[in-house]
Design a protein around this ligand. Structure first.
Ligand code: HEC
Length: 148
């Protein structure tokens, strides 16, 4: 009587142990596949500290700039230089005449819109959430003026 009960308890313990082991194995097989949105977030996160503003965050610059729009070169050197001076993630570099001529083939308005909305590894507004559309455009004009 007692022995039968013991062996039932034992087999239960063994089954529990084995299923715990098997359950643990499955997790390793999953591949890491990032969505476009996640890639964008990664690009934002690897941008230098001080240049990154997540949606919803209060940005100090927004208050200091209230009133006067910042110049294109100010915006560029605060928000865009990190990627566009060295070509991070394939960003066309400031001064690379050929690269910008190619971008401009799609039309200036499209280039503006792509930078404002974000495209592939280019984060929306170059992560400058406090930048108005006009400020982003001014930064682009600054890049273009120095790339022809
Ligand atoms: C985190 C890096 C990063 C930052 C910061 C960044 N860019 Fe970019 N940018 C990119 C990359 C990468 C591309 C190329 C995207 C592609 O075409 O695949 C790009 C492309 C662009 C383009 C070309 C869009 C087109 O239509 O081809 C413009 C314009 C641009 N960026 C402007 C800016 C401006 C202005 C800022 C600052 C306000 C900025 N970027 C900040 C990475 C960045």
């Amino acid at each position: 009587m007692n022995t039968a009960k013991n062996s039932r308890v034992k087999s239960f313990a063994i089954i529990a142990a084995v299923s715990t082991l098997l359950w643990g194995c499955g997790a390793d097989d999953k591949k890491v596949q990032l969505t476009a949105q996640q890639e964008k977030q990664v690009a934002e996160r690897i941008a230098p500290v001080g240049h990154v503003a997540m949606a919803g965050q209060v940005v100090a610059a927004a208050t200091t700039s209230a009133g006067a729009a910042r110049s294109g070169s100010d915006i560029y050197s605060t928000n865009c230089v990190a990627c566009h001076s060295s070509g991070v993630a394939g960003a066309p570099k400031l001064g690379d005449v050929a690269a910008w001529a190619l971008r401009l083939e799609q039309g200036l308005e499209t280039v503006y819109a792509n930078a404002i909305n974000g495209i592939r590894a280019m984060p929306a507004r170059g992560t400058c959430m406090s930048c108005s559309d006009d400020e982003v455009k001014a930064a682009i004009d600054h890049i273009l003026d120095n790339s022809k």
